[in-house]
Design a protein around this ligand. Sequence first.
Ligand SMILES: Nc1ncnc2c1ncn2[C@@H]1O[C@H](COP(=O)(O)OP(=O)(O)OP(=O)(O)O)[C@@H](O)[C@H]1O
Ligand SMILES: [Mg+2]
Length: 452
Amino acid sequence: MARPVVLVVDDDAGVRESFRLTLEDHYDVVDVPDGLRALDAVRASQVDLVLLDIRLPEMDGIEVLERIKAIDEGIEVVLVTAVRTVRTAVAAMKLGAFDYLTKPFEEDELLAVIARALEKRALEREVTFLRGELARARDFDEIVGHHPAMQKVYHLVAQVARTTTTVLITGESGTGKELVARAIHRQGPRRDKPFVAVNPAAVAESLIESELFGHERGAFTGANQRKLGRFELAQGGTLFLDEIATLKGELQVKLLRVLQEREIERVGGTHPIKIDVRVVAATNADLKDAVARGAFREDLYYRLNVVSIDVPPLAQRADDIPLLVQHFVHRYSRECNKPVDELSPEILTALREYGWPGNVRELQNVIERAVVLAEGPVIQLSDLPLDVLLPKHREKVRTADHLPLKNATEEFERQIVLRVLERVGGNQSEAARILGLHRNTINRIVGRSKTS
Ligand SMILES: Nc1ncnc2c1ncn2[C@@H]1O[C@H](COP(=O)(O)OP(=O)(O)OP(=O)(O)O)[C@@H](O)[C@H]1O
Ligand SMILES: [Mg+2]
């Protein structure tokens, strides 16, 4: 793992030298004699911590502190002060200094304060990520399925988790590729480090490079602050490159170089930065075919595809459907706080016969919807969207044969409106536009109870 970089700012060459001697066993040390050069160093390279003398020629330490924080708030600054400037140092804590050392100090004291500051920095990076993780954790804990094709996946995950080998996960949309990537991370020695996902297809093309590799302040219009890229945020952990086939030519070259050299360069940066990151990529497109068409670089393909894990489509493991259904019913009944825990017997048959083009994600959505719509503890066929039911099951839908025509028609309308709402992510105005109805009508139809 790359060593932290400590920047020493002091106008006395002797002092700089003694800092260097004390620190260089543990850290990479850069030293400069004044504030302007300190700012240059912060802009030019990856500095984790600054040891800053308060009394400096030209620009004083306090101003340097403020300007470092403006470049990158995450850099920790420890002030070095003489007794007579202690009050200034205390005041500087409000400007974001981590702590101060009063001269003369012991070597141990110095090492201890640096260690604490760096620990805080590492923690802050992780907290940011864990917050995001936590919000998603519930969705991503467990891979459900006993089918032999899934057993094979589990076996491969266990094997690669121990290594740092690059892995390519293939499979149709919604099969659980991201879940598998997280399992690789969680089962490996990097589990306590960040898992960082990035999907180039979800980022504006002009920003992908900065998203991956970060940028320096002023690298382009709007880059007002240094920003760390996903690679750096994943330092020590795993980077998940989703939908890798969407990466364009020039970025493919850059990614290849990063994987080979194990170092990145921020946009607008002047120095390479070492990275220690395990890469897991995923694709639902046929990458081999993309290589044949000339849309994806062959050398990058081989770099990524050291080990590949193919996640099977749901239709090929229909035996897992009951388990998955149970899993999702349990999750959503808990989440919606509704005591739904049974399925009418036709449901599992119906679900097993459907083709599941959207795979597990589609099944998950169908069950979530059914739990929301269910009126008692038992999910009925009529709680499923009509298009997952084959014609013979559709006929069994309660509304069609047990209700007076008026109610059946209303229920049919309601199903259609719900489908459209689903497709447009719940946007009522959009659904109204598609269906040629007024928004209020949509509201009324959706609000209709099934049996009324
Ligand atoms: N085997 C499984 N057990 C439990 N949940 C699963 C399983 N497979 C997928 N899911 C759930 O289905 C949803 C889709 O999974 P995921 O995002 O991992 O799919 P994906 O293959 O990355 O899809 P895409 O290609 O569309 O990004 C997630 O909410 C995930 O939790
Ligand atoms: Mg995905």
